[in-house]
Design a protein around this ligand. Sequence first.
Ligand code: PEP
Ligand code: MG
Length: 326
Amino acid sequence: TQAAEARERALPARTRDGHAVAIGANVNNPEQVPLALDHGAEGVGLMRTEFLFLERGDTPSEGDQYATYSAMLAALGGRPLIVRTLDIGGDKQVAHLHLPREENPFLGVRGARLLLRRPDLMEPQLRALYRAAKDHVPAGAPTGKDAPLSIMMPMITSVPEVLALRAVCERIRGEIDAPPVPLGIMIEVPAAAIQADALARHCDFFSIGTNDLTQYALAIDRQNTELAPEADSLHPAVLRLIRMTCEGAARHGRFVGVCGGIAGDPFGASLLAGLGIDELSMTPRDLPAVKARLRASNMADLRTLAARACAEEDAAGVRALDGAQS
Ligand code: PEP
Ligand code: MG
């Protein structure tokens, strides 16, 4: 029945041997939150704020952004929200920003690289976020993975970028006298996965963007339809980068999420859990099947599965392990 289905969706993604994986939804506006919660989301693991810029013909003001982030926090009622700062560039071009044309936009001034060059874009966004934290995050709210608001930086490649972004965040937080807000980074460039241990020292959490990590690891443009069948996030090279990311994070006690498309695939989600991923965030419609699959699994088996997948020679070999597991 419908009621039984709704009850099932609301259950945590806890494996049979008692290991819980946090489950979030990728949601870009407050109107989508009720649907995500209804599908079993425990929070929002990725809010892509470039949509605030893409959906309109001009740049949203600090006040507009403050209103949107406040509405997100209200809709979530204290459940975790991870807001990603602007990820413009690559496939996400915003005409009204009049950014210079680039030969290779995916390898150009994108994400954090743009933020660091354009304080006029980054600073109003951060002020809006810290004001929302100050006004809507109650004192004594949980920190870490359960924090009601976290800020995440896109397209990070190096430690100096993180230090520079952190410094801006701290200055703005000080000016506003806002409470601390966990600061995380996207791991979506192979250099960042390889240097995860160094990066983990300087931020509070990671979220792996497997869409871009796959694109950059396999040198396949994520929009190239001809090569789409080969752009498989379950390629063993990508899985090994994810494993390195988890190992680097574990060394500093940081949690790791995945918010790329593969998190919403039940087999992909099983592998990711086996690799040590703490949180999976996906399109709302993918939530029920992923939760059901994890609830039917044993973490001990998923760890074995993940180790075998990393040792495979190609993505087809990894995919052949689906169903072969006990
Ligand atoms: C990703 O790259 O996997 C990701 C989640 O970010 P986006 O798809 O917005 O680039
Ligand atoms: Mg990305």
